[in-house]
Design a binder for this molecule. Structure first.
Ligand SMILES: Cc1cc2nc3c(=O)[nH]c(=O)nc-3n(C[C@H](O)[C@H](O)[C@H](O)COP(=O)(O)O)c2cc1C
Length: 363
Protein backbone atom coordinates (compact mmCIF):
# COMPACT_ATOMS: atom_id res chain seq x y z
CA UNK A 1 0.00 0.00 0.00
CA UNK A 2 1.22 3.49 -0.81
CA UNK A 3 2.44 5.51 2.16
CA UNK A 4 -0.09 8.17 1.09
CA UNK A 5 -2.89 6.09 2.57
CA UNK A 6 -1.20 5.49 5.92
CA UNK A 7 -1.86 7.42 9.11
CA UNK A 8 0.26 10.30 10.35
CA UNK A 9 0.76 11.86 13.77
CA UNK A 10 0.57 15.62 13.52
CA UNK A 11 1.57 16.31 17.10
CA UNK A 12 -1.14 14.68 19.19
CA UNK A 13 -3.49 14.49 16.20
CA UNK A 14 -3.71 11.35 14.09
CA UNK A 15 -4.77 11.88 10.49
CA UNK A 16 -6.06 8.87 8.56
CA UNK A 17 -3.95 9.54 5.49
CA UNK A 18 -1.37 12.00 4.11
CA UNK A 19 -3.80 14.27 2.25
CA UNK A 20 -4.53 17.85 3.25
CA UNK A 21 -7.07 20.19 1.71
CA UNK A 22 -5.20 23.49 1.72
CA UNK A 23 -7.11 26.53 3.03
CA UNK A 24 -9.58 27.65 0.36
CA UNK A 25 -11.77 30.64 1.04
CA UNK A 26 -15.26 31.39 -0.27
CA UNK A 27 -17.63 34.33 -0.57
CA UNK A 28 -20.23 32.34 1.31
CA UNK A 29 -20.25 33.82 4.83
CA UNK A 30 -22.79 36.52 5.67
CA UNK A 31 -21.89 40.19 6.09
CA UNK A 32 -20.91 39.56 9.73
CA UNK A 33 -18.54 36.74 8.80
CA UNK A 34 -20.90 34.00 10.01
CA UNK A 35 -20.85 30.75 8.01
CA UNK A 36 -23.84 30.00 5.76
CA UNK A 37 -25.38 26.63 4.85
CA UNK A 38 -23.44 26.62 1.55
CA UNK A 39 -20.17 26.40 3.48
CA UNK A 40 -21.44 23.60 5.68
CA UNK A 41 -22.64 21.67 2.60
CA UNK A 42 -19.27 22.16 0.94
CA UNK A 43 -17.31 20.84 3.93
CA UNK A 44 -19.76 17.96 4.29
CA UNK A 45 -18.88 16.85 0.76
CA UNK A 46 -15.16 17.33 1.31
CA UNK A 47 -15.03 15.37 4.55
CA UNK A 48 -17.11 12.56 3.02
CA UNK A 49 -14.35 12.42 0.38
CA UNK A 50 -11.93 10.92 2.91
CA UNK A 51 -9.47 13.83 3.22
CA UNK A 52 -7.23 13.29 6.27
CA UNK A 53 -6.88 16.94 7.24
CA UNK A 54 -8.94 19.91 6.08
CA UNK A 55 -7.67 23.44 6.61
CA UNK A 56 -10.65 25.77 6.53
CA UNK A 57 -10.43 28.87 4.31
CA UNK A 58 -8.92 31.87 6.08
CA UNK A 59 -10.92 33.66 8.78
CA UNK A 60 -10.16 37.23 9.80
CA UNK A 61 -8.96 37.85 13.35
CA UNK A 62 -10.36 41.40 13.35
CA UNK A 63 -12.79 43.22 11.04
CA UNK A 64 -9.89 45.59 10.32
CA UNK A 65 -7.98 42.75 8.69
CA UNK A 66 -10.84 41.41 6.54
CA UNK A 67 -9.50 40.32 3.15
CA UNK A 68 -12.71 40.25 1.11
CA UNK A 69 -16.48 40.56 1.24
CA UNK A 70 -18.26 37.55 2.76
CA UNK A 71 -15.08 36.19 4.30
CA UNK A 72 -15.59 34.13 7.46
CA UNK A 73 -14.59 35.61 10.79
CA UNK A 74 -13.09 34.35 14.02
CA UNK A 75 -13.03 37.66 15.82
CA UNK A 76 -15.96 37.33 18.20
CA UNK A 77 -18.28 34.80 19.80
CA UNK A 78 -20.95 35.57 17.19
CA UNK A 79 -18.90 33.32 14.88
CA UNK A 80 -18.74 30.39 17.27
CA UNK A 81 -22.10 28.53 16.94
CA UNK A 82 -21.84 27.91 13.20
CA UNK A 83 -18.10 27.16 13.40
CA UNK A 84 -19.03 24.55 16.02
CA UNK A 85 -21.59 23.04 13.60
CA UNK A 86 -18.88 22.89 10.96
CA UNK A 87 -16.33 21.08 13.12
CA UNK A 88 -18.96 18.61 14.38
CA UNK A 89 -20.02 17.76 10.86
CA UNK A 90 -16.46 17.26 9.61
CA UNK A 91 -15.55 15.12 12.63
CA UNK A 92 -18.69 13.01 12.17
CA UNK A 93 -17.48 12.26 8.63
CA UNK A 94 -14.05 11.18 9.94
CA UNK A 95 -11.79 14.07 8.91
CA UNK A 96 -9.78 16.46 11.06
CA UNK A 97 -10.14 20.21 10.64
CA UNK A 98 -7.86 23.15 11.39
CA UNK A 99 -8.78 26.86 11.30
CA UNK A 100 -6.59 29.27 9.35
CA UNK A 101 -6.40 32.70 10.98
CA UNK A 102 -5.40 35.80 9.07
CA UNK A 103 -5.05 39.56 8.87
CA UNK A 104 -4.97 41.01 5.36
CA UNK A 105 -2.77 44.04 6.14
CA UNK A 106 -2.58 46.40 3.17
CA UNK A 107 -5.02 44.27 1.18
CA UNK A 108 -7.74 44.68 3.83
CA UNK A 109 -11.09 45.96 2.55
CA UNK A 110 -11.68 47.84 5.81
CA UNK A 111 -8.37 49.39 6.85
CA UNK A 112 -5.42 49.40 4.47
CA UNK A 113 -2.54 49.34 6.93
CA UNK A 114 0.78 47.53 7.07
CA UNK A 115 4.31 47.65 8.45
CA UNK A 116 5.08 51.05 6.95
CA UNK A 117 3.59 53.45 4.40
CA UNK A 118 3.16 51.45 1.20
CA UNK A 119 1.81 52.09 -2.26
CA UNK A 120 0.89 49.47 -4.85
CA UNK A 121 -1.23 49.93 -7.98
CA UNK A 122 -2.23 53.46 -6.90
CA UNK A 123 -3.52 52.18 -3.58
CA UNK A 124 -1.92 53.51 -0.44
CA UNK A 125 -1.60 51.90 2.95
CA UNK A 126 -0.77 53.63 6.22
CA UNK A 127 1.75 52.47 8.84
CA UNK A 128 0.45 50.54 11.85
CA UNK A 129 1.32 52.05 15.23
CA UNK A 130 3.12 49.98 17.83
CA UNK A 131 -0.10 49.83 19.85
CA UNK A 132 -2.00 48.49 16.85
CA UNK A 133 0.64 45.81 16.33
CA UNK A 134 0.30 44.71 19.96
CA UNK A 135 -3.51 44.61 19.54
CA UNK A 136 -3.19 42.54 16.34
CA UNK A 137 -1.06 39.99 18.19
CA UNK A 138 -3.81 39.71 20.84
CA UNK A 139 -6.43 39.41 18.06
CA UNK A 140 -4.61 36.37 16.66
CA UNK A 141 -4.56 34.81 20.15
CA UNK A 142 -8.25 35.51 20.60
CA UNK A 143 -9.12 34.01 17.20
CA UNK A 144 -7.10 30.88 17.99
CA UNK A 145 -8.92 30.45 21.30
CA UNK A 146 -12.32 30.90 19.60
CA UNK A 147 -11.33 28.27 17.02
CA UNK A 148 -10.34 25.66 19.59
CA UNK A 149 -13.44 26.38 21.68
CA UNK A 150 -15.51 25.79 18.54
CA UNK A 151 -13.98 22.31 18.14
CA UNK A 152 -11.18 22.85 15.61
CA UNK A 153 -8.29 20.39 16.01
CA UNK A 154 -5.71 23.15 15.71
CA UNK A 155 -4.92 26.45 14.06
CA UNK A 156 -2.77 27.61 11.19
CA UNK A 157 -1.32 31.12 11.25
CA UNK A 158 -1.41 32.57 7.72
CA UNK A 159 2.04 34.00 7.08
CA UNK A 160 1.99 33.61 3.28
CA UNK A 161 0.59 35.12 0.06
CA UNK A 162 1.27 38.79 0.77
CA UNK A 163 -1.04 39.22 3.77
CA UNK A 164 -0.03 41.13 6.93
CA UNK A 165 2.52 38.72 8.42
CA UNK A 166 4.26 38.15 5.08
CA UNK A 167 4.21 41.92 4.49
CA UNK A 168 6.19 42.33 7.71
CA UNK A 169 8.65 39.62 6.61
CA UNK A 170 9.39 41.42 3.33
CA UNK A 171 12.03 44.14 3.22
CA UNK A 172 10.24 45.62 0.18
CA UNK A 173 7.24 46.48 2.31
CA UNK A 174 8.56 46.66 5.85
CA UNK A 175 10.68 49.81 6.28
CA UNK A 176 10.00 50.25 10.02
CA UNK A 177 12.80 51.41 12.21
CA UNK A 178 11.54 50.01 15.51
CA UNK A 179 11.73 46.44 16.87
CA UNK A 180 9.37 45.15 14.09
CA UNK A 181 11.44 46.26 11.08
CA UNK A 182 14.96 46.38 9.70
CA UNK A 183 16.94 43.14 10.00
CA UNK A 184 15.31 39.76 9.29
CA UNK A 185 15.31 39.14 13.02
CA UNK A 186 13.15 42.22 13.51
CA UNK A 187 10.95 41.61 10.45
CA UNK A 188 10.10 38.13 11.76
CA UNK A 189 9.21 39.47 15.20
CA UNK A 190 5.52 39.92 14.35
CA UNK A 191 5.23 36.26 13.32
CA UNK A 192 7.13 35.08 16.40
CA UNK A 193 5.02 37.26 18.70
CA UNK A 194 1.80 36.01 17.09
CA UNK A 195 2.98 32.40 17.42
CA UNK A 196 3.98 32.94 21.07
CA UNK A 197 0.60 34.53 21.90
CA UNK A 198 -1.33 31.73 20.16
CA UNK A 199 0.78 29.12 22.01
CA UNK A 200 0.11 30.95 25.29
CA UNK A 201 -3.65 30.89 24.64
CA UNK A 202 -3.81 27.25 23.53
CA UNK A 203 -1.18 25.52 25.65
CA UNK A 204 1.86 23.35 25.11
CA UNK A 205 0.17 20.43 23.33
CA UNK A 206 -2.01 22.38 20.89
CA UNK A 207 -1.56 21.89 17.14
CA UNK A 208 -0.23 25.19 15.83
CA UNK A 209 1.04 25.46 12.29
CA UNK A 210 2.02 28.15 9.87
CA UNK A 211 1.50 28.63 6.15
CA UNK A 212 4.54 30.45 4.86
CA UNK A 213 6.03 31.60 1.59
CA UNK A 214 9.25 29.81 0.75
CA UNK A 215 9.92 32.70 -1.63
CA UNK A 216 7.80 35.65 -2.74
CA UNK A 217 9.40 35.71 -6.20
CA UNK A 218 9.81 39.48 -6.19
CA UNK A 219 12.41 40.67 -8.71
CA UNK A 220 14.45 42.40 -6.02
CA UNK A 221 14.47 42.01 -2.26
CA UNK A 222 11.46 40.38 -0.64
CA UNK A 223 11.61 36.95 0.93
CA UNK A 224 13.91 34.13 -0.21
CA UNK A 225 14.12 30.53 0.92
CA UNK A 226 17.35 31.32 2.81
CA UNK A 227 15.41 33.80 5.02
CA UNK A 228 12.55 31.39 5.55
CA UNK A 229 14.94 28.68 6.70
CA UNK A 230 16.01 30.96 9.53
CA UNK A 231 12.40 31.87 10.41
CA UNK A 232 11.29 28.22 10.43
CA UNK A 233 14.30 27.12 12.51
CA UNK A 234 13.32 29.65 15.14
CA UNK A 235 9.63 28.60 15.08
CA UNK A 236 10.68 24.94 15.29
CA UNK A 237 12.73 25.71 18.41
CA UNK A 238 9.63 27.36 19.89
CA UNK A 239 7.56 24.19 19.31
CA UNK A 240 5.75 24.84 16.01
CA UNK A 241 3.76 21.70 15.04
CA UNK A 242 3.98 22.03 11.26
CA UNK A 243 4.78 24.32 8.36
CA UNK A 244 2.81 24.33 5.10
CA UNK A 245 5.18 25.56 2.41
CA UNK A 246 3.76 27.91 -0.18
CA UNK A 247 4.98 30.91 -2.15
CA UNK A 248 4.15 33.99 -4.15
CA UNK A 249 2.31 37.19 -3.48
CA UNK A 250 1.06 40.33 -5.19
CA UNK A 251 4.52 41.42 -6.31
CA UNK A 252 5.76 38.12 -7.66
CA UNK A 253 7.23 37.88 -11.11
CA UNK A 254 5.84 34.81 -12.84
CA UNK A 255 9.04 34.06 -14.77
CA UNK A 256 10.99 33.91 -11.53
CA UNK A 257 8.28 31.81 -9.93
CA UNK A 258 8.38 29.32 -12.78
CA UNK A 259 12.03 28.58 -12.22
CA UNK A 260 13.28 29.47 -8.75
CA UNK A 261 11.18 27.24 -6.48
CA UNK A 262 11.46 24.07 -8.50
CA UNK A 263 14.01 21.33 -8.24
CA UNK A 264 15.11 21.25 -11.86
CA UNK A 265 17.69 18.56 -11.19
CA UNK A 266 14.98 16.08 -10.27
CA UNK A 267 12.05 16.09 -12.65
CA UNK A 268 10.13 13.49 -10.63
CA UNK A 269 8.72 16.27 -8.54
CA UNK A 270 8.96 19.07 -11.04
CA UNK A 271 5.21 19.70 -11.07
CA UNK A 272 5.34 20.64 -7.35
CA UNK A 273 5.86 24.39 -7.68
CA UNK A 274 8.08 24.76 -4.61
CA UNK A 275 9.48 21.20 -4.50
CA UNK A 276 13.07 22.46 -4.67
CA UNK A 277 12.59 24.83 -1.76
CA UNK A 278 10.91 22.08 0.26
CA UNK A 279 13.96 19.88 -0.27
CA UNK A 280 16.25 22.62 1.07
CA UNK A 281 14.04 23.18 4.11
CA UNK A 282 13.85 19.45 4.87
CA UNK A 283 17.65 19.14 4.79
CA UNK A 284 18.08 22.12 7.12
CA UNK A 285 15.31 21.24 9.62
CA UNK A 286 14.89 17.44 9.39
CA UNK A 287 12.43 17.09 12.28
CA UNK A 288 9.90 19.75 11.39
CA UNK A 289 6.64 18.34 9.99
CA UNK A 290 6.32 19.71 6.46
CA UNK A 291 3.28 20.00 4.23
CA UNK A 292 3.71 21.02 0.59
CA UNK A 293 1.11 22.80 -1.54
CA UNK A 294 0.85 24.10 -5.11
CA UNK A 295 0.75 22.32 -8.41
CA UNK A 296 0.88 18.76 -7.07
CA UNK A 297 -1.34 16.64 -9.30
CA UNK A 298 0.04 13.16 -10.02
CA UNK A 299 0.17 10.06 -7.83
CA UNK A 300 3.77 9.63 -8.92
CA UNK A 301 4.79 13.02 -7.53
CA UNK A 302 2.76 12.58 -4.35
CA UNK A 303 4.34 9.17 -3.70
CA UNK A 304 7.80 10.52 -4.47
CA UNK A 305 7.50 13.48 -2.11
CA UNK A 306 6.29 11.43 0.85
CA UNK A 307 8.29 8.23 0.27
CA UNK A 308 11.50 10.24 0.03
CA UNK A 309 10.59 12.27 3.11
CA UNK A 310 10.79 15.55 1.21
CA UNK A 311 7.57 16.38 3.04
CA UNK A 312 5.17 14.48 5.32
CA UNK A 313 1.82 15.52 3.91
CA UNK A 314 0.47 16.48 0.47
CA UNK A 315 -1.75 19.52 0.26
CA UNK A 316 -4.02 20.61 -2.59
CA UNK A 317 -6.64 23.27 -3.10
CA UNK A 318 -8.01 23.54 -6.66
CA UNK A 319 -8.06 19.76 -7.29
CA UNK A 320 -10.53 19.33 -4.41
CA UNK A 321 -12.81 21.99 -5.91
CA UNK A 322 -12.91 19.88 -9.06
CA UNK A 323 -13.04 16.48 -7.30
CA UNK A 324 -14.05 16.61 -3.61
CA UNK A 325 -13.67 12.80 -3.57
CA UNK A 326 -10.17 12.90 -5.10
CA UNK A 327 -8.55 10.90 -2.27
CA UNK A 328 -10.92 7.98 -2.91
CA UNK A 329 -10.35 8.22 -6.66
CA UNK A 330 -6.56 8.13 -6.19
CA UNK A 331 -6.86 5.18 -3.85
CA UNK A 332 -8.92 3.33 -6.45
CA UNK A 333 -6.16 3.81 -9.03
CA UNK A 334 -6.77 7.16 -10.76
CA UNK A 335 -3.27 8.37 -11.58
CA UNK A 336 -3.79 12.12 -11.26
CA UNK A 337 -6.13 14.91 -10.27
CA UNK A 338 -8.43 16.03 -13.11
CA UNK A 339 -8.05 19.76 -12.33
CA UNK A 340 -6.71 21.49 -15.46
CA UNK A 341 -5.51 24.63 -13.61
CA UNK A 342 -7.73 26.98 -15.58
CA UNK A 343 -7.76 29.21 -12.48
CA UNK A 344 -11.39 30.17 -13.09
CA UNK A 345 -12.21 29.18 -9.50
CA UNK A 346 -10.04 32.01 -8.27
CA UNK A 347 -10.60 34.56 -11.01
CA UNK A 348 -11.58 37.84 -9.36
CA UNK A 349 -14.47 38.34 -11.77
CA UNK A 350 -15.95 35.04 -10.80
CA UNK A 351 -15.33 35.33 -7.09
CA UNK A 352 -18.87 35.54 -5.80
CA UNK A 353 -20.32 33.11 -8.30
CA UNK A 354 -17.88 30.29 -8.71
CA UNK A 355 -15.68 30.34 -5.64
CA UNK A 356 -15.46 26.74 -4.46
CA UNK A 357 -17.21 25.63 -7.63
CA UNK A 358 -15.35 24.20 -10.56
CA UNK A 359 -16.14 26.54 -13.41
CA UNK A 360 -14.49 24.16 -15.85
CA UNK A 361 -16.61 21.22 -14.74
CA UNK A 362 -19.87 23.15 -14.33
CA UNK A 363 -19.60 26.11 -16.76
C1 LIG B 1 -10.61 29.61 -4.55
C2 LIG B 1 -9.33 29.64 -3.77
C3 LIG B 1 -9.31 30.17 -2.49
C4 LIG B 1 -8.12 30.17 -1.73
N1 LIG B 1 -8.15 30.61 -0.43
C5 LIG B 1 -7.04 30.51 0.34
C6 LIG B 1 -7.09 30.80 1.74
O1 LIG B 1 -8.13 31.12 2.31
N2 LIG B 1 -5.92 30.70 2.42
C7 LIG B 1 -4.75 30.29 1.85
O2 LIG B 1 -3.73 30.17 2.54
N3 LIG B 1 -4.69 29.97 0.55
C8 LIG B 1 -5.80 30.06 -0.21
N4 LIG B 1 -5.75 29.66 -1.52
C9 LIG B 1 -4.50 29.11 -2.06
C10 LIG B 1 -4.48 27.59 -1.92
O3 LIG B 1 -4.59 27.18 -0.57
C11 LIG B 1 -3.19 26.97 -2.50
O4 LIG B 1 -2.09 27.43 -1.75
C12 LIG B 1 -3.01 27.31 -3.99
O5 LIG B 1 -4.24 27.22 -4.69
C13 LIG B 1 -2.01 26.34 -4.65
O6 LIG B 1 -2.43 25.01 -4.51
P1 LIG B 1 -3.10 24.15 -5.72
O7 LIG B 1 -2.16 24.22 -6.88
O8 LIG B 1 -3.26 22.76 -5.17
O9 LIG B 1 -4.44 24.80 -6.02
C14 LIG B 1 -6.94 29.67 -2.30
C15 LIG B 1 -6.95 29.13 -3.59
C16 LIG B 1 -8.13 29.10 -4.32
C17 LIG B 1 -8.13 28.48 -5.69
Amino acid sequence: MSVLFTTFNLGKLETKNRFVRSATTSYWSDDDGILTDSILDHYDKLSKGNIGLIIKGHSYVTEKGKAHEKQSGLSSEIHSPRMRELTKLVHANGSKIIAQINHAGYTSINDRATASFYELDDKQARELSLEEIKQTILDFGNAAKLAIDAGFDGVQIHAAHGYLISQFLSDRINKREDEYGGTLEKRMKLLLDVYTEVRKQLGEKAIIGVKINTDDFAPEGGVRVEDILIVLKKLHELGLTFAELSGGGPEQELKIRESRGRAAEDSSYFEATWGGHAKKIRSAIPNLTLILVSGIRTRQTMDFLVENNVVNLISMSKPFINEPDLVNLLEKGQDKASCIDCFKCISRNNFAKTMLRCFHKYP
